[in-house]
Write a protein that binds this ligand. Structure first.
Ligand code: GCW
Length: 834
């Protein structure tokens, strides 16, 4: 009898709704009843090695199988020749009796397979090394969790590349740059936390998807990072991660020899500086023997760098890399080097050129343990960018691609945006370097140009929120990043479907509903934010969250789209523009250079065109922008209703948390829609063919209502409030807005659009004919990276009261009571048909 042959009969458990806080992520190990397909899986787990990682692998297998299959599993270090067992071993400890594939496996790989001799069933998890074992265990558990058969014949999986890291932009004070899920799990108040239990949990999550490194501090690195006492503190973090096979690394500032070492210089070629790096690195490896290496951000956004001494990034990277090499450490030198004081009036100036311009000439000049860490696009994690041309240009240098898992420009984990399709688009872009197939994924795997290192880096920024990323759906991005780093050829659906099953259960309605919601969410977000490659259109001078369209123009940051009354888009052509397109290998450059062959979704990234330019689908640019915004915002309205079909099928806690976020997203998508479409209409003077833009017959502007205490103000930027005005209340006792309705008798939804600052909790009540129909507190708690105490696209928020019966002559009254510096601001009330 073969094991696991009854999988077809597997009955998937109707999950009892139970309280869940999301802390287990996709490692919930929810019970699978009727899992007869796994009935013959031996109950004894035997682990041959005895390192902490071997032990972690065995304990995880025991924990996961016991929880999912509802029976007892034991762990031991010995097995008898005739005992059935699940055997975990690696090549270093492998006993011939257990081999399934011989004794060759690439590093970090594993083989799963069955070996049955007589009555003895052995299920074997053979790692190339301890890490491989651990990955094999997690893979086996994921198969069981998703109700998939376990391989019986030996099946080997190997990682795509050696660098599979996350970066955390955590500051030592406990804040996280661009972190949207609470404070740091690593630090508080200038020190490593006493309680590091979340760090160990994080290591477990990361290992489960094959991530083998974490850079634990902000790339804008604290100057204390390399102080001797800090190194000892960081060593405590490394201790937590080690059992999970996750190596810790640090972001460093290149001025450390001067600031920490008190040398007169940090010139990378100065012998005293070289010696300092050597002894500093030796000191680190004494405390952290498996230390991964350094991430370096230099000569960028105010960080110092080798340019101060007229040295190149290669000279700087190499000085540090030589110190790390004997210990097996690496340098990830960021390609994100650019001048943020560009001249807008210079039509040749172009931030997108910077990566290539700064690094191309250095190709081949880096030590073999240096990897250039290149952001997926040439600007900065916008909603859509082409692949960075640097990928095709560095052919004698190892490269890693940097993705942003934390959704800085993509809704900050308040909007659901599933990023795997976006990342795959970059990874699958064929750069056509040397006029041959060189997709980005193969370049960073080191395959295209035979490089020794390379891989994937994701800026994760998990925080102390119980569920790590705030939005339950955002965890799919962390999960998917790991899966893609392991194997960039996996399809979006393979990744998504497994995540959904492991995170929410195998109920077919749950799986199909969540998969469907997530699958297109990037496109939907793109529709209601920045289209056609223009950039996200968020306020880049503020919080990078809500709309703030012209913030990108006429300043040194270079995220320009050069709009005027006649046209829009950056001319990056070789013929008439900045020449950026010429940085791509010729075949790809040819496609982008010609406005007719350039893909529409990158059009405004590559070309300056009139608003009336006709796209491939026959629409003009401006009409496309209008239509996409209305379509995208309309789809976002459906998220909460589709989600509500899952009530009772998933646990109440996560159900409610997600519903709240979808409701918020629906409202904010309308803020985006109105801001961007009104801005385009004003700038181009071309009206929406369907007459929607600027025409809101169901709205009553707050400034048009009868006010008691409320006073009107102008909102900036103008496009972020309806009619560009709001009202504010400066009386501590509160203010009132009243209006008489003229709607035909019927049932309506009443919407209140207000501004929720981070600095206060205003109180609102809404009355109909003197009777309350709702009250709420404006208590938004988005992490105050900077205090936004203004009515604008970040703070504009909507609340909806559904199914209200109205008749002509009804009186609607809104009371607002300010709190702290938040003056209970209101934009409008909208009354829509049910
Ligand atoms: O996008 C920008 C972010 C900065 C970040 C920088 C970088 C850590 O707004 O917050 O700094 O990129 O990647 O270095």
């Amino acid at each position: 009898m073969r094991l696991y042959r009854n999988l077809g009969l597997l009955l998937l458990a109707p999950l009892l709704a139970q309280a869940e806080d999301g802390s287990q992520g996709w490692l919930r190990y929810a019970p699978i009843t009727g899992a007869t397909g796994y009935a013959n899986l031996p109950s004894q787990v035997v682990v041959l090695g005895n390192t902490p990682t071997d032990q972690a692998a065995a304990n995880e297998l025991q924990r996961g199988l016991a929880s999912m299959l509802g029976r007892t599993f034991t762990v031991s270090h010995e097995t008898h020749a005739d005992a059935s067992a699940i055997v975990i071993a690696n090549l270093a400890v492998l006993n011939k009796a257990f081999t399934v594939t011989g004794d060759k496996l690439p590093p970090e790989s594993y083989t799963l397979g069955e070996k049955t001799v007589g009555k003895t069933h052995r299920y074997l998890v053979i790692g190339a090394d301890a890490r491989g074992e651990l990955y094999g265990v997690f893979h086996l558990l994921a198969l069981v969790g998703a109700g998939q058969p376990l391989p019986t014949k030996p099946t080997t999986e190997s990682p795509s590349s050696p660098i599979r890291w996350v970066n955390q932009w955590d500051n030592l004070d406990g804040t996280i740059e661009r972190g949207y899920a609470g404070r740091s799990i690593f630090y508080d108040n200038g020190h490593v936390r006493n309680d590091l239990s979340r760090v160990s949990d994080y290591g477990r999550l990361l290992a489960s998807v094959g991530i083998n490194g974490v850079t634990v501090n902000n790339v804008n690195s604290d100057l204390r990072t390399l102080e001797p006492e800090m190194i000892l503190e960081f060593a405590r973090i490394a201790d937590q991660l080690r059992p999970w096979g996750v190596r810790m690394s640090l972001s460093i500032d290149l001025s450390s020899p001067q600031v920490v070492g008190h040398l007169p210089t940090f010139d990378p070629v100065d012998p005293t500086v070289i010696a300092w790096w050597q002894s500093k690195v030796d000191e680190i490896y004494k405390a952290i023997p498996d230390f991964g290496g350094f991430v370096i951000k230099a000569d960028s956004e105010g960080r110092v760098g080798p340019s101060q001494y007229h040295r190149t990034p290669a000279e700087a990277a190499n000085a540090v890399a030589r110190a790390l090499k004997p210990h097996g450490g690496v340098v990830l030198y960021r390609g994100f080097v650019y001048n943020n004081h560009l001249d807008y009036n210079d039509l040749k100036a172009d931030r997108a050129r910077a990566g290539y311009d700064n690094f191309r000439a250095l190709d081949g000049k880096f030590e073999s343990n240096v990897v250039i860490q290149v952001k997926n696009g040439p600007i900065d994690f916008q909603v859509r960018e082409p692949a960075s041309p640097l990928f095709g240009a560095l052919q004698h240098t190892s490269q890693a691609i940097e993705f942003q898992i934390t959704q800085e420009y993509l809704g900050q984990q308040r909007h659901m945006v599933f990023l795997i399709p976006m990342w795959k688009e970059t990874l699958d872009t064929d750069m056509r370097a040397q006029n041959r197939s060189t997709p980005v994924k193969e370049i960073v795997e080191g395959k295209s140009f035979q490089q020794p290192l390379g891989g994937f880096v994701g800026v994760a920024n998990v925080g102390l929120d119980a569920n790590w990323m705030h939005h339950p759906m955002a965890m799919a991005n962390l999960y998917g990043f790991g899966r893609l780093a392991w194997n960039p050829d996996l399809t979006t659906d393979q990744i998504l479907d497994t995540w959904t099953r492991l995170t929410w259960g195998n109920n077919p309605t749950v799986v199909s509903t969540i998969d469907e919601l997530q699958r297109h969410s990037w496109h939907v977000y793109e529709q209601y934010t920045g289209n056609l490659g223009i950039g996200t259109l968020t306020n880049i001078l503020g919080y990078h969250f809500g709309p703030g369209i012209e913030s990108a123009e006429r300043n040194g940051w270079g995220q320009w789209f050069r709009a005027d009354a006649n046209g829009i888009g950056m001319d990056r052509t070789v013929a008439t523009g900045t020449g950026y397109i010429g940085q791509y290998p010729p075949e790809l450059a040819k496609v982008y250079e010609d406005v007719n062959t350039c893909p529409d979704d990158l059009l405004l990234f590559m070309h300056h065109v009139p608003y009336t330019h006709v796209l491939h689908d026959g629409k003009t640019v401006v009409q496309y922008v209008y239509d996409a915004h209305y379509e995208g915002a309309a789809t976002a309205q459906t998220y909460s209703t589709r989600w509500q079909t899952l009530k009772g099928l998933v646990d109440d806690d996560r159900y409610n948390e997600t519903l709240k976020l979808f409701t918020y997203q629906a409202g904010h998508a309308i803020v985006w829609r109105d801001a961007v479409t009104r801005w385009f209409q004003k700038e181009s003077s071309i009206p929406d063919k369907q007459g929607r833009v600027g025409n809101y017959p169901d709205r009553i502007e707050a400034e048009d209502m009868t006010a008691e205490g409320y006073t009107p103000i102008e909102v900036k930027p103008w496009e972020t409030a309806s009619n560009s005005k709001a009202v504010v209340c400066n009386q501590p006792t509160g203010c009132t807005l009243t209006t008489t309705l003229n709607k035909p008798a019927g049932t309506y939804n009443i919407v209140v659009q207000y501004f929720d600052y981070w600095s206060g909790k205003s109180h609102f009540t809404l009355d109909l004919n003197g009777k309350p129909i709702g009250n709420w507190i404006a208590d938004d708690t988005l992490p105050p990276a900077r205090a936004e105490n203004q009515p604008n696209g970040d703070t504009s928020t909507r609340i909806t009261f559904p199914n209200i019966t109205l008749k002509p002559g009804d009186t609607l009254t809104l009371h607002g009571i300010p709190d702290n510096t938040e003056p209970a601001p209101v934009d409008y009330i909208e009354i829509t048909e049910k």
